[in-house]
Design a protein around this ligand. Structure first.
Ligand code: MG
Length: 172
């Protein structure tokens, strides 16, 4: 069955992993946008965009896996036209760019580091928003949250950090 063998060979996927990290400061007078949703809290993250620390880590992970640099290169904070931009919109733009070169998302695994508020009740909605922006089923998206036992800037409530790993696949 040489034809079948050739077909299988033609669809053998290749994989690339990516990793992203981000930090934003917590300030008064801003909504808290995390994982593409608004989370009720007395402070929000400061930034040029909506400052969604998890999505920024995710965008860097996707760009990293695709070998396309980083979020700062594609969305420079000097660009006034993107001030206040939704990070979900940035993620969709990045997926258009990455998808055009044949890559698709296999899975995403993200962690938000924050002392407060308690985030686990909100992670299902984050998963939904992220999966929609990525164009994948929700079972390919995992979102976790961690405190730091009060240690460091996150523990003192001065800011939040996020880490994200991504696997991309492409048929060759
Ligand atoms: Mg950022």
């Amino acid at each position: 069955m040489p034809d079948q063998a050739q077909t299988n060979e033609a669809l053998t996927p290749i994989y690339r992993s990516g990793f992203g990290y981000d930090v934003h400061r917590l300030v008064e007078g801003r909504p808290l946008i995390l994982g593409g949703i608004e989370v009720p809290f007395e402070k929000g993250l400061e930034g040029h965009s909506d400052a969604d620390v998890l999505l920024h880590a995710l965008i860097d992970a996707v760009l990293g896996a695709a070998g396309l640099g980083d979020i700062g290169a594609h969305f420079p904070s000097s660009d006034a036209s993107i001030e206040g931009i939704s990070s979900l919109e940035m993620l969709r733009k990045v997926m258009d760019m990455v998808g055009a070169t044949g890559w698709r998302v296999e899975n995403v695994d993200g962690t938000i580091v924050a002392q407060r508020p308690r985030l686990s009740p909100h992670t299902p909605r984050m998963k939904t928003a992220i999966a929609e922006a990525l164009g994948v089923d929700e079972d390919r998206v995992n979102v976790k949250s961690k405190t730091t036992d009060g240690l460091g800037f996150a523990g003192r409530g001065e800011g939040m950090a996020a880490y994200c790993a991504v696997m991309l696949a492409k048929d060759t």
